[in-house]
Write a protein that binds this ligand. Structure first.
Ligand code: ADP
Length: 156
């Protein structure tokens, strides 16, 4: 079974994340959306809410699984027998950051490979950070979010 892990905070999941999943899915038997849990890192949306959205968005896609992990992404991948990581590249700063992380993961993750997809132009301006700023500023973030998730004040 060929598995790929898409690790992230998904705070919140955006159309950019969904596009990556859809593009990677034909290449794998299972794609695991894995939320890295770090008690020190403050998120806008709580873990249950983020997990619920991931499940909701891919409810009709049996190859997509949703999970959480603590500590190293590489250790999690080794534990579940996944040999590939999925990440996206929107711009040069994504590249600089992701390059180093992928090189480290290759070493600590026992040749764990990272598969990169270049963001589609329609999504390259979307980031969870920008979405959080819009929400915090009282704006409408729905153009950037998957259609089947609904934000409301109780989520955060
Ligand atoms: P992290 O907290 O690890 O940065 P994110 O949830 O912000 O997690 O992002 C996870 C991955 O999704 C990253 O590789 C990021 O580059 C990618 N990504 C996020 N938004 C987009 C987008 N609009 N297009 C392509 N890739 C994206």
């Amino acid at each position: 079974m060929k598995k790929i892990v898409f690790p992230g905070s998904f705070d919140p999941i955006t159309k950019g994340h969904v596009d990556l999943v859809q593009r990677a899915l034909p290449l794998f038997d299972e794609l695991i959306l894995a939320i890295g849990v770090n008690s020190q890192k403050k998120t806008l949306f709580d873990l249950e809410t983020r997990l619920g959205w991931l499940k909701q968005v891919f409810i009709d896609e049996p190859k997509v699984k949703v999970d959480t992990f603590e500590k190293l992404t590489a250790s999690y991948c080794n534990r579940i027998g996944a040999k590939y990581l999925l990440r996206g590249l929107r711009n040069a700063s994504d590249f600089d950051y992701e390059k180093t992380i992928s090189q480290l993961n290759f070493i600590v993750g026992d040749e764990l490979e990272t598969l990169f997809f270049i963001s589609r132009p329609a999504y390259s301006h979307i980031s969870s950070t920008i979405v959080r700023e819009i929400i915090n500023g009282g704006g409408d973030a729905s153009p950037f979010l998957p259609e089947n998730i609904v934000l409301n004040k109780e989520n955060n």
